[in-house]
Design a protein around this ligand. Structure first.
Ligand SMILES: [Zn+2]
Length: 196
């Protein structure tokens, strides 16, 4: 995996410009895997006593130094920004079943209990949807037509051997996929394989 020396934060528009310039010449992902952090929860993340950047940097440090389910995700999605931690053009480490096939996206929050359809949870959702739409469009992928380990948007919990209920049940895949497709449409993406 390739950690960036310094995590970088993007608005969704800036992330679109950034991804547009990327090239996947060696490794090429075939689907996205979605996570939520669980810890920190959104409530902890939004606690004003600590600067967001400090927190993401300490998270990056944690990931480098301690083996963890979510070590080496490519993106961390917050209510306001999309943070890039690992090189999107290199394999990451986020899900033991299919690291070699996937871009790992971590959403800040514990969606087993926190809301994913209102307040800051909905902001995280919208930023994650934007990031996924941008990546799917650029890579010529579809979030739908799921086949385990092959194609379509994956959730971490679909990797049974990780025994990790991630993301929490308030994240509903059919809803996320529909939102990514709608956003791709808004971005002018033509869906690959639309004829079959
Ligand atoms: Zn996970």
């Amino acid at each position: 995996m390739s950690f960036l020396p310094e995590p970088k934060a993007y608005t969704p528009d800036e992330f679109g410009d950034f991804v547009e310039k990327l090239e996947w010449n060696g490794w090429r992902p075939t689907f996205v895997t979605l996570h939520n952090t669980g810890v920190p929860s959104l409530a902890v993340w939004l606690d004003p006593r600590h600067a967001a950047k400090q927190r993401i940097e300490s998270q990056g440090h944690y990931e480098r130094d301690i083996l963890h389910w979510h070590s080496g995700v490519h993106l961390f999605v917050a209510p306001n920004l999309i943070w890039n931690l690992c090189d999107l053009t290199s394999q990451g480490v986020s899900v033991s079943c299919w690291n070699h096939l996937t871009i790992g996206i971590e959403m800040i929050g514990d969606y087993a209990t926190e809301s994913f359809d209102s307040g800051p949870g909905a902001q995280v959702r919208d930023n994650a949807v934007a990031a996924m739409a941008i990546l799917h469009r650029k890579l010529g992928l579809r979030p739908d037509r799921y086949r385990l380990g092959v194609r379509g948007l994956h959730f971490h919990k679909e990797c049974r051997r990780d025994h990790h209920d991630c993301p929490g049940r308030n994240v509903v895949k059919a809803d996320v996929v529909a939102r990514v497709l709608a956003k791709m449409n808004a971005l002018g993406a033509s869906l690959p394989g639309a004829d079959h």
